[in-house]
Ligand binder design. Structure first.
Ligand code: DON
Length: 310
């Protein structure tokens, strides 16, 4: 792919994106995330067997946050199937912020509109099979190890605890869902699992590798194995396109057009169908919770290398 020979253009794109970061702010509603350096920007682009482009400190790690929602969705679909999952969570974008509670009450039946908003992700996490939080988390980590080939990946306990102790809004969502029989677990156990899944720590190289598998029909080129069934990788990409950037998904689809998922730590995972996997880390966020520099960089990449799916 031409990206690997285009170092000069890549440097310009990085510089332009980096300029945008000054307009953003790191997330601070999870106290441990507020320590991030807003002036960081790293990028990794992976094409099956090697990284074809990198920029910044690609070994720097950060937590998945909402990017984990795509992975737990895949696990729930593998665990209980489409009918089971979509009886408890919908398929429609909301146009509301990621942590909004409003449609749970105004919508009938009271089920979350999609698995990418917090309410929907809590419902999905509740579906993961396992007898204990440890067992469920162990299954998620094993899945991530297989997707990345990196068995050192684990969760950051400081970030998980910081979120667990302050997650009153997510607790409210979860209790509301329990009242309406959308979730059945003990809510504190569900919150423990959810905050640990969000605190799984990766680098942008890890993200690029996961994105590559999602973009390439669930297959790992390195191991020549299907890790995610084709129909599930399609569902993942579809939700990434329609809801992955929350209430900015429409504008992002027009300007970038790559199935992507953001997290409030500043990560973005972008999966080009039958193309490269892209991982970005830039912790300065816009008011919708998406990495400002990350979105700008993806816009430039999509434009220059014609990566839009539309
Ligand atoms: O539940 C939360 O609020 C966070 N653990 C994840 C939210 C998030 O990453 C939204 N993304 N942009």
């Amino acid at each position: 792919m031409e990206i690997c020979r285009d170092t000069e253009a890549l440097n310009i794109m990085i510089k332009e994106a980096y300029q945008q970061a000054k307009f953003g702010k790191v997330a601070d509603y999870i106290p441990a995330l507020s320590w991030a350096n807003p002036e960081t920007l790293s990028l990794a682009i992976y094409e099956g067997k090697s990284m074809i482009a990198t920029a910044g400190d690609t070994s720097e790690t950060f937590t998945l946050q909402s990017i984990s929602k795509v992975l737990t969705l895949a696990m729930a679909l593998m665990d209980i199937g489409e009918d089971g999952v979509f009886s408890r969570v919908g398929m429609e974008p909301t146009g509301d912020p990621f942590n909004s509670i409003i449609k749970l009450e105004t919508h009938t039946p009271s089920k979350p509109l999609n698995p990418m908003i917090n309410a929907g992700a809590l419902a999905v996490t509740d579906m993961i099979k396992g007898n204990t939080v440890e067992e469920k988390l162990g299954r998620l980590l094993a899945f991530i190890h297989e997707l990345t080939g990196n068995s050192a990946i684990t969760y950051n306990n400081e970030v998980a605890t910081s979120e667990f102790e302050t997650a009153d809004l997510n607790r409210s969502l979860a209790y509301f869902l329990k009242q309406h029989r959308v979730v059945s677990s003990d809510i504190e156990c569900l919150l423990e699992l959810y905050t640990k899944q969000c605190a799984v720590e990766v680098s942008c190289e890890d993200l690029a590798k996961i994105a590559f598998v999602i973009g390439n029909e669930g297959r790992s080129v390195e191991t020549d194995r299907t890790i995610i069934p084709l129909h599930i990788s399609r569902i993942m990409k579809t939700f990434m396109t329609t809801c992955g950037m929350y209430n900015a998904s429409g504008e992002f689809a027009i300007k970038v057009g790559i199935p992507s998922k953001s997290g409030v730590s500043g990560g973005i995972m972008a999966a080009v169908p039958h193309g490269p996997g892209i991982g970005i880390f830039g912790p300065a966020l816009d008011e919708k919770g998406n990495s400002i520099a990350g979105m700008k960089l993806l816009e430039s990449l999509a434009h220059r290398y014609d990566l839009s799916i539309f």
